[in-house]
Design a protein around this ligand. Structure first.
Ligand SMILES: Nc1ncnc2c1ncn2[C@@H]1O[C@H](COP(=O)(O)OP(=O)(O)OP(=O)(O)O)[C@@H](O)[C@H]1O
Length: 246
């Protein structure tokens, strides 16, 4: 499955910064006063290039909120966030969407594949949305290459409903990686899978990290988290503990 293809060339580093993600005092709050809901509370964190960083913590501790901020899906109420040399914490929604298309691959717990598109069309869509400079034939070629890397070239013409959950999530990984982003944010990507399929998905993420992609892996699976390079534990929106790393 893990062949050396151009798809797996390390993403080009666009800055000399040692950390791909530099979060400082990130806070995300909804509402005000007594009604305020705190998602993330003053979080500062560096995430390095090629690092597989696991984020764990009880339900409601802020893992998804932090992941959404790092992925540029949401913006913080305060604090600063630099990703791959660009400050994204105050970007307007349309610019942020463009930035995301080129810089982040996102993997969801429930796969989020479009049901009326085949596997290869789902993967191609990421290239259409993210990189308008890639022509139709090249999009198809790269998408098939990504499917091959996740071991599903033979499923290219299948619809999501014709595939197992594990297969759909591997298509989700192919879709996240096909734009060759410097970072992948995966929010409980193994949460809907059995142990064997979850492990297979985790190994794909490890493979991407090993060639230089930064992987943020949000999980309730402590066993898989420990297999990452570093484990960040959250509680009540704050970082409670960081284990591993240099
Ligand atoms: N859009 C929102 N509006 C108001 N509060 C929110 C919103 N999104 C998240 N929260 C709150 O922020 C806190 C953190 O939620 P978050 O989803 O980040 O936790 P989590 O650790 O990912 O939980 P889980 O493991 O259950 O997915 C929770 O108290 C939640 O209710």
């Amino acid at each position: 499955m893990h062949t050396t293809t151009p798809l797996l060339d390390p993403p080009a580093a666009s800055t000399a910064s040692p950390a791909l993600v530099q979060a400082r005092d990130l806070t995300r709050v909804w509402g005000k006063g007594h009604a305020a809901q705190i998602g993330v509370d003053n979080v500062s964190l560096d995430i390095h290039r090629g690092e597989l960083l696991a984020i764990i913590g009880p339900s409601g501790s802020g893992k998804s909120t932090l992941g959404s901020l790092i992925a540029g899906i949401d913006v913080p109420t305060s604090g600063s966030l630099v990703v791959d040399g660009t400050r994204i914490d105050q970007m307007k929604a349309d610019r942020l969407a463009d930035w995301r298309g080129d810089h982040v691959g996102i993997v969801f717990q429930q796969f989020h594949l479009l049901p009326t598109l085949t596997a290869v069309e789902n993967v191609e869509l990421a290239l259409e949305l993210g990189r308008t400079d890639v022509g139709r034939r090249e999009r198809r070629r790269r998408s098939l290459e990504a499917l091959e890397w996740v071991g599903l070239a033979a499923h290219a013409k299948k619809l999501p409903a014709q595939m197992s959950g594990g297969e759909q999530q591997r298509i989700g990984i192919a879709r996240a990686m096909v734009t060759r982003p410097p970072m992948i944010v995966a929010d409980e990507p193994t949460g809907a899978l059995d142990q064997r399929n979850g492990h297979a998905v985790f190994e794909l993420l490890q493979g991407l990290a090993s060639v230089g992609t930064t992987v943020v892996f949000i999980t309730h699976d402590l066993h898989l988290a420990e297999a990452g390079d570093r484990v960040v534990s959250m509680i009540d929106g704050r970082i409670d503990d960081v284990r591993g790393g240099a």
